[in-house]
Ligand binder design. Structure first.
Ligand code: AMP
Ligand code: ZN
Ligand code: ZN
Length: 401
């Protein structure tokens, strides 16, 4: 036995060394951090990344520019109609069940998720992953989850989340994750409640900028600042809304046999087969501050036709306008900002900042697409991406060293 000991030790050292050589990436999401919030001169830590790393003019979300569809687009490299999470809340009309972002019984069900999350691609190829919150990370099937994950708690203090990330990085080499996600909701919440131009929103920017500073300070403390790639991005932007800019589609359709799903920038309308054309026609005749499409005629650039869960009629409000039904509650008066609109509108664009050994220094680029982040991550780790993705490495890889 004794004579094998040196060989065994060598093997262990080799294994540790291989793990140590893999890159480290922390993917941070600041929900609803609009692209231009960075120019308000109140976010010194984020602005410093412009000198130290890569900054994009904006990050183009997928349509609809909502939280769950976009976090899943970022992590799978697919459009919502392809990865399956077409809205924050939507129905499977055949299964007669509803996916609801606030209901973990549904968000943990693997059946909804048709794409492969980066942590799944990574784990299969030997990269240990972790998630301190990310939509889709709590899936019940263990092989579709990161090795380490935290169940979503909206009120968890932000510093505690960063400390959790740092604690993972302090694990022994053979247990330590190399890909970690983190999520912070501040700019989204304040943007909805007070609008993108409010003092409260500026406080949210400062708060998140402080969190970025705290993360870098903690990375310094564990002497990993220079060895970790940090990507800070957002899922979408925000625009002003008003209860003076509303459209009641239920009134226009005036037919109780039709079902209208969700108030807000996008509505999906189910109608009995023989009524689809007339519902479409009445919405088309009244088309003002919104656009109505039959599912297969939604413009190609939205990539919002290919899912069976998209209803036969799709209504998209103009930016700043809100689609409602007769039931619209008092949230309408309270809401000052929203998102979900046309993803080509700049107000819907988010941020993309990246710093670390794999990124260029002081490199500024134009708009990037969030579906391209999945292949970028695969490139950084040198692993094989899924081939059925919508993202394209050639649209983004020039930001790497
Ligand atoms: P939205 O309606 O698109 O603005 O959604 C934003 C909200 O999504 C946030 O305020 C969070 O409460 C919620 N959220 C974000 N991530 C998660 C998650 N992993 N699990 C459950 N809810 C989440
Ligand atoms: Zn969001
Ligand atoms: Zn939001």
């Amino acid at each position: 036995m004794k004579k094998f000991l040196p060989i065994f030790c060598l093997f262990i050292l080799f294994a540790i060394d291989i793990n140590a050589q893999k890159p480290y990436v922390i993917l941070v999401s600041f929900d609803g951090f609009r692209w231009d919030y960075l120019s308000r001169n109140i976010s010194p830590n984020l602005e410093k990344i412009r000198e130290d790393g890569v900054s994009a003019l904006s990050l183009r979300p997928t349509f609809p520019s909502k939280t769950f569809p976009n976090h899943i687009s970022i992590i799978t490299g697919m459009y919502p109609s392809h990865h399956g999470i077409i809205l924050n809340n939507f129905r499977d009309p055949w299964g007669k069940i509803t996916y609801k972002m606030s209901d973990t019984n549904t968000t943990r069900e693997g059946r909804w998720y048709l794409g492969e999350a980066f942590w799944e691609t990574a784990e299969r190829q030997g990269i240990i992953s972790a998630s301190y919150f990310w939509p889709g990370s709590e899936i019940l099937l263990s092989y579709r989850r990161p090795t380490y994950n935290e169940k979503y708690v909206h009120t968890r203090p932000y510093e505690t989340r960063v400390d959790g990330v740092i604690n993972w990085l302090k694990l022994p080499q053979n247990k330590r994750p190399h890909f970690i996600t983190a999520y912070f909701h501040e700019t989204d919440t304040q943007g909805h409640d007070f609008g993108p131009n409010s003092p409260q929103l500026n406080d949210a920017i400062k708060r998140l900028d402080g969190i970025a500073g705290y993360l870098f300070k903690k990375l310094d403390e564990i002497k990993m600042r220079d060895s970790v790639d940090v990507i800070i991005l957002s899922d979408h932007g925000m625009t002003d809304v008003s209860n003076q800019r509303i459209i009641n589609t239920e009134k226009i359709i005036d037919d109780p046999s039709c079902k209208i799903y969700d108030d807000g920038p996008v509505q999906l309308i189910d109608a009995p087969k023989n009524k689809i054309n007339s519902v479409y026609a009445s919405l088309k005749k009244n088309e003002n501050h919104y656009k109505v499409y039959l599912r297969d005629e939604v413009p190609q650039y939205f990539h919002f036709s290919d899912s069976p869960f998209i209803s036969p009629v799709v209504v998209i409000a103009d930016p700043g306008w809100t689609l409602i039904t007769n039931k619209a509650g008092e949230w309408l008066d309270k809401q000052k900002g929203n998102h979900g609109y046309d993803n080509n509108q700049l107000d819907m664009h988010g941020i993309f900042l990246a710093t670390g050994p794999d990124f260029k220094k002081g490199y500024r680029t134009g708009t990037l697409w969030n579906v391209d982040i999945y292949p970028l991550l695969c490139k950084i780790f040198g692993i094989y991406p899924r081939t059925n993705i919508d993202g394209k490495l050639e649209r983004i890889e020039f930001i790497l060293n």
